[in-house]
Design a protein around this ligand. Structure first.
Ligand code: DGL
Length: 272
């Protein structure tokens, strides 16, 4: 493993691109590999075992592409698979989780809302966060079925997306939430719309902190790229590239090529 190797990033779909853009900002010289598992999205309503198998198969793929570190750019995959991934793959793995801690530290009303998938909110990981940082703060949890599908379709501002967001966000405001945690990496793409619906609320997205954490982990392992050149990005999707390419290009704000991810959904992949 050398510092010149790329960094592997994955999500259930295109949501992790919100993390990838922060990684690109923090680490301009690194080569980045991104897997969108859009053929299996949303993860939020899938059994934990399937999410775990998909996560293992994708990390195996990324390791075979010579990834020197992995970013699990998906709160749902973190909840279902992080222990297995860390036990199985001996390389730095940075994972997402809802940013309950900074939200609890900064709320003035003492009420925070957490938007995430049902699966994240039901995970042991989240239970731990809730217990650890929930003292003296009211944490309102809100699962958001349908939102991931809207982002996967590239609909960031249409009437159906707005209607769903109003349904999820307005009840939090009624209960005096002044801070909203985006506990799913698809949701930062909806932040402009959330700001319209809830202009006075603080929105917390941990992606930039995750990118800084990645930098620290790479530095500690002696794996920060010394290259002065601009890093590259390469994209794969388990949805058909024809379908994936326009949405990934829209969210990445550049026309990109998208490769087809070989299908090894059994999680036993070892020779991609
Ligand atoms: N981006 C994933 C997350 O952070 C979305 C999960 C899904 O596909 O339901 O949780």
């Amino acid at each position: 493993m050398t510092a010149a190797n790329p960094i592997g990033v994955f999500d259930s779909g295109v949501g992790g691109l919100s993390v990838l853009r922060e990684i690109r900002r923090e680490l301009p010289g690194e080569d980045l590999l991104y897997v969108a598992d859009s053929g299996y999205a949303p993860y939020g309503d899938k059994p934990g075992q399937l999410i775990e198998a998909r996560s293992v198969a994708i990390v195996d793929f990324l390791v075979n592409q010579r990834a020197k570190a992995i970013v699990v750019a998906c709160n749902t995959a973190t909840g279902a698979a992080i222990a297995t991934l860390r036990a199985r793959f001996p390389l730095p793995i940075v994972a997402m989780e809802p940013a309950v801690k900074p939200a609890a530290a900064s709320t003035k009303s003492g009420v925070i809302g957490v938007l995430a998938t049902g699966s994240t909110l039901a995970s042991e990981n989240f239970e731990r966060l809730f217990t650890r940082f929930g003292t003296g703060v009211d944490i309102l949890i809100q699962a958001c079925p349908g939102l991931v599908e809207q982002v996967e379709a590239g609909d960031l501002s249409g009437a159906p997306t707005r209607a769903l967001l109003e349904q999820y966000v307005l009840p939090l405001l009624e209960r005096q939430a002044d801070t909203i945690v985006l506990g799913c990496t698809h949701y930062p793409f909806l932040a402009p719309l959330i700001r319209e619906i809830a202009p006075s609320v603080a929105i917390i997205d941990p992606s930039a902190a995750i990118a800084r954490e990645l930098r620290r982990r790479l530095a500690d392992a002696g794996l920060l790229s010394p290259e002065a050149r601009a890093g590259t990005e390469r994209f794969w999707s388990s949805a058909s590239p024809d379908k994936a390419q326009p949405v990934i290009s829209q969210l990445w704000r550049a026309g990109v090529e998208v490769w087809s991810l070989p299908d090894r959904s059994d999680g036993k992949a070892s020779s991609w």
